[in-house]
Design a protein around this ligand. Structure first.
Ligand code: ZN
Length: 91
């Protein structure tokens, strides 16, 4: 392995310790919930989930979305992680 590749790998390790450098703009995830498997999707700042809670209520979030927001919080824009704020999530 040449020195240029080694320095890239070292840089990658440093970047991996700094997740706030990264902003996720979209993703699709399968979520193994307590009762069933769901699909959670995020596009820009908008989240969707295939679970009953998300589809039956108009709050725009559910426990699966909130869990992903917590896991990814350092890599989400402020708008994409809004549901972590209980006051906003209930309005
Ligand atoms: Zn859900």
């Amino acid at each position: 392995m040449n020195s240029s590749m080694i320095s890239k790998i070292e840089k990658a390790h440093r970047y991996a310790q700094e997740p706030d450098r990264i902003k996720i703009q979209g993703l699709t995830a399968s979520f193994h919930g307590g009762h069933d498997d769901y699909t959670v999707a995020m596009n820009g700042d908008h989240w969707e989930c295939t679970c009953h809670t998300y589809e039956a209520h108009t709050i725009g979030t559910c426990s699966h979305i909130m869990a992903l927001q917590e896991i990814l919080k350092n890599m989400l824009s402020a708008d994409a992680r809004f549901a972590l704020e209980p006051a906003e999530a209930t309005t």
